[in-house]
Write a protein that binds this ligand. Structure first.
Ligand SMILES: Cc1ncc(COP(=O)(O)O)c(C=O)c1O
Length: 360
């Protein structure tokens, strides 16, 4: 706290990202990065861009990337917005598309950046409880609101909402913007981008940090009706005209174009997830059904915070949230088969009671 801070800054409650440890020997399963590298074609495109042209500003519209995304999803480039990570895209969405007269709705257990953006932009919000099985019930969102947002699959639970339920939500809320944050959709869900032409109130956000292995480049996107996109462009052009640098634009476009590599690495992560779920259940963990590149698990006989600390001492980091309802869960990112095995090896040494559990 400093006397130079404005009252606004004094009252901000910032988001706390997962740890990025300096030690490279750690098995890092805490921030849902991809265990595989980016597409070799994306790396080659970025290397080719490392030249004298860096003295020039990049294309402020990132048109090359917008077109690659539009081609991939069969939409028009004017339906696409791109930004510096989906966190930045989400920030512009909160700023530009959620109303202040009524509360924004999102689940009680969800991405913890949402309430932070509400604080930053002065947006009132109400949390809507997930059901007993930690699932979103769209019927609970039929109440006055200034917008709706949720990740699909949800984070940190990994649970997926079918497109049919999202359509019911869109129909029930024709006067609100409904944002589906699809950071993890490529690991087991169907994208709601297929619905954007029919629902002008739908905006879908995605990131290249997870399924396209480019967390270090910071690229995110949104797809929706051109009028929603125009609102985001207005905010962006009032804040930072060049959110994506030259390398990010060409690297992200190449990542979208290299479908074969993307599909293969997603398949590998999904196969590893299924295997890890089996191993965790063998050790007595209850594991929520996951359509993401992480699993959310608890052990009936062990305190989750203690488990996370014990794992860390053995060089394996996972994420624990000190939050009501989920205090006894660990969120574990899917690693390579070797990383997952390292986790299981450490857990095995903790001598769990060998009860066989079912998914919740
Ligand atoms: C649900 C969700 N949305 C958005 C993001 C932000 O992703 P990025 O800013 O890396 O694109 C994350 C990151 O973990 C996330 O879990």
């Amino acid at each position: 706290m400093s006397k130079f801070w404005s009252p606004f800054v004094k009252n901000l409650v910032p988001y706390v990202p997962g740890e990025q440890p300096k030690l490279s020997r750690l098995v890092k399963l805490n921030t849902n990065e991809n265990p595989y590298g980016p597409s070799p074609k994306a790396i080659a495109a970025m290397q080719a861009e490392l030249n004298d042209s860096l003295r020039l500003y990049p294309d402020p519209n990132g048109e090359r990337l917008k077109q690659a995304i539009a081609d991939y999803y069969g939409v028009q480039s004017r339906q696409v917005f791109v930004g510096n990570g989906s966190d930045e895209v989400l920030a512009h969405i909160f700023h530009g598309l959620f109303q202040h007269g009524r509360p924004l709705l999102f689940p009680d257990v969800t991405y913890s950046f949402y309430p932070v953006y509400c604080g930053l932009y002065g947006i009132p919000f109400e949390v809507v409880a997930l059901d007993e099985q930690f699932r979103i019930r769209v019927e609970d969102y039929q109440r006055p609101n200034g917008g709706i947002i949720f990740p699909n699959p949800n984070a940190p639970t990994g649970c997926l909402l079918p497109l049919e339920a999202i359509e019911r939500l869109l129909k029930a809320n024709p006067d609100s913007v409904v944002v589906v944050d699809e950071a993890y959709v490529d690991f087991g869900g169907a994208t709601a981008i297929t619905l954007v032409d029919r629902y002008p109130n739908l905006l879908v956000a995605q990131t290249l940090s997870k399924s396209r292995s480019l967390a270090g480049m910071r690229v995110g996107l949104a797809v929706g009706h051109p009028e929603l996109i125009e609102a985001l462009e207005r905010i962006k052009n009032s804040f930072n005209s060049y959110p994506l640098d030259r390398m990010a634009i060409v690297g992200a476009a190449a990542a979208f174009e290299d479908r074969a590599y993307f599909e293969q690495t997603c398949r590998q992560v999904i196969a590893s997830r299924e295997q890890l779920v089996g191993e965790l259940q063998r050790l007595g963990f209850e594991v929520l059904p996951s359509a993401a590149n992480f699993v959310f698990a608890r052990h009936p006989g062990r305190d989750a915070e203690g488990l996370a600390a014990g794992l860390r001492e053995q060089g394996v980091i996972v994420r624990h949230f000190k939050q009501e309802r989920i205090r006894q869960f660990l969120r574990i990112t899917i690693g390579t088969p070797e990383q997952n095995q390292a986790l299981i090896d450490v857990l095995e040494h903790f001598h769990f009671i060998q009860t066989h559990s079912q998914p919740l």
